[in-house]
Structures are given as C-alpha cells and as structure tokens.
Write a protein that binds this ligand. Structure first.
Ligand code: AMP
Ligand code: ZN
Ligand code: FE
Ligand code: FE
Length: 286
C-alpha cells in the first residue's frame, strides 16, 4: 500500500516519525511520504526507521500558500530536501507560523483567555525545524477548559473569521509550484474537496501543477471520481493518502484505508521524472 499524506510531531501530528513508521509497517504500507506542514524535519528520522523494515520513503511536504486571503495547502513530492532555496523558504514559513501563533495568543489574552506562551514556544524548540500551528493553541484551550474539543476550539476562536484568528502571510500557490519545481519536485493540490476552489485548478495546472490529491479521507466516492476526471482532463497525475495526524486524532481510521493505487503512484513518479529531466535540459545543467 502507498500513503503520500502523513503528519508527525515535526508539525501537528501526534506520532513521532519512528512511531509512525512502525504503524505504517503494521498497516502494510510499503511506500510513504511524510507531509508535515512547512517542514521536512521528520524525514531523516523516518528514513532511518524505514530502512531496516524495507519501506520506501518519498520526500514530501505540505506547504501552506495563500490565495486571495485563503489558505491553500500544496503537497510537494520528489524534491531534493537539501535544496538551499527551499530550506530558506521553509525557515521563513515557520517563522511566520510562530509570529501568527504569538499574535493569536495575544488576541485570546485580550478576550480574557490567558494561555502560557512559554509552554507553546517550548514545544517549538523540542525538535529542530518543528512547525507550529493553530492545533497547539487548540489543544491548550481544551486542556484549560475553554473548549470542549479541538473542533470546538477552532469553531469558537481559531477558524477563519473567528475572534482569535490572525491571517497568514505567505507565498502564492504559483510561487510554491515554481519553488518545488526548482528543487526538483512536483506539487499536488491537497484535498480539493475541502476547499471549494476548483476553478483554481486549471489555472495552477497552467502554472506547472503536477497532480491533484484525489484520494483523501474527506472525499466521498463522487468527489474522488470528479477529481480523478479533472486530473485526466488536465493531464495531471493523481496523489492520495490518509492525512493521518496520529492515534485519536480526527480521521485516524483512514490510515491503511485511504491510499494511492500503485498505477497512480507510478504515473505520478514518471511525470515527476519527466518534469525534472525537462527542467535540467532547459537549465543547461549537467
Ligand atoms: P495551521 O497550520 O495553523 O493553519 O492549522 C491548520 C491545522 O489545523 C490543520 O492541519 C488541521 O488539521 C487543523 N484544523 C483546521 N481547522 C480545523 C477544525 N475546524 N477542527 C479541527 N482541526 C482543524
Ligand atoms: Zn495538520
Ligand atoms: Fe491540509
Ligand atoms: Fe495534511
């Protein structure tokens, strides 16, 4: 089985890379990509844990881009994790994530909800390259009794337009597609069914988008079929995975259930190879 959408403690997942790899092996997943938000910090540990088990690791990431004020998640694959420009970009993304978390905590304070900033920022320093996000605030709001659960914390405070929401600053989808391309990879449009921005897909296809994430736990059969048809029509590959965030997280049951068919993976990998070789010859590099 193949799963190209997985989160770890490098961003807002609950499993360490090592714990996740053990789970993947137990589920019969043989090829996978970590797609942590704006960080590749988990990949080295996952690769080390995967090697003795014979699992194949594909470099992956889930970058948050901003389109007309809306967050748009883009999945990058097959890129060089050591690409300097990509590394610098991700450092800046994570800095903005910390800025935003701090500002959201300030907003909450002005609403009379005082959270311990130190405990959140300490989490950021537990792992080099760890990406912070709203879930760390949501978990603290639940722990301190200000929300029933994570979803409630988002509904009341953290979701777009809610009282503690702070807008993100960031790269456009086209910027991210170009950057992942320069790093040797391809981008897949993440969980389009969650977003309602289908009109954007042909525009991004023209800008070099490589794939659509067709297989995702938030897609039903009709949604899956619709995006598969759209990918075919636009000449895009398809990607997919469980978007697993650890045990007892939302849609945890999708692990081992929502996956990418081997033929689809092969087509995606071939497209990535072709794109990289066209780029190399166009760039005149050896
Ligand atoms: P951020 O990275 O700060 O934009 O936070 C986004 C993360 O929060 C996503 O990975 C989701 O898993 C989680 N999230 C977003 N909206 C909700 C929601 N309404 N309920 C629960 N989790 C959410
Ligand atoms: Zn996440
Ligand atoms: Fe996402
Ligand atoms: Fe995700």
């Amino acid at each position: 089985m193949i799963d190209l959408h997985l989160h770890t403690t490098a961003s807002d997942g609950r499993s360490t890379p090592e714990q996740l790899v053990r789970r993947l092996a137990a589920e019969g997943i043989r090829t996978f990509a970590l797609t942590d938000h704006d960080t590749t910090a988990g990949i080295a540990a996952a690769t080390a844990a995967a090697a003795p088990l014979g699992l194949r690791v594909i470099p992956g990431i889930e970058v948050t881009s901003v389109h007309q004020g809306i967050d748009l998640h883009l999945l990058g694959y097959f890129f060089d994790p050591d690409h300097v420009e990509l590394i610098d970009f991700l450092v800046a993304q994570r800095e903005d994530r910390r800025r935003r978390v701090r500002e959201m905590i300030d907003r909450l304070a002005s609403l009379g909800i005082v959270l311990n900033v130190q405990s959140i920022m300490k989490k950021a320093s537990q792992m080099t390259g760890k990406a912070l996000g709203r879930p760390v605030i949501a978990r603290l709001l639940v722990a301190k009794g200000h929300a029933r659960d994570i979803a409630d914390a988002f509904d009341r405070f953290l979701a777009t337009g809610r009282p503690a929401f702070v807008a993100r600053r960031g790269a456009t989808p086209a910027d991210v597609i170009a950057l992942i391309g320069r790093a040797g990879g391809l981008v897949s449009f993440a969980h389009p069914g969650k977003l309602g921005q289908d009109d954007l897909i042909p525009v991004l296809a023209a800008a070099g988008l490589g794939a659509i994430e067709v297989f995702h736990p938030d897609h039903n059969d009709a949604t899956t079929a619709r995006y598969a048809a759209m990918a075919r029509a636009l000449g895009l590959a398809t990607s997919g995975g469980s978007d697993y965030h650890g045990p007892r997280s939302g849609r945890a049951e999708a692990l081992g259930r929502v996956n990418l068919p081997p033929e689809a993976f092969e087509a995606f990998e071939q497209l990535a190879r072709r794109a990289a070789s066209i780029r190399r010859s166009a760039g005149g590099a050896a």
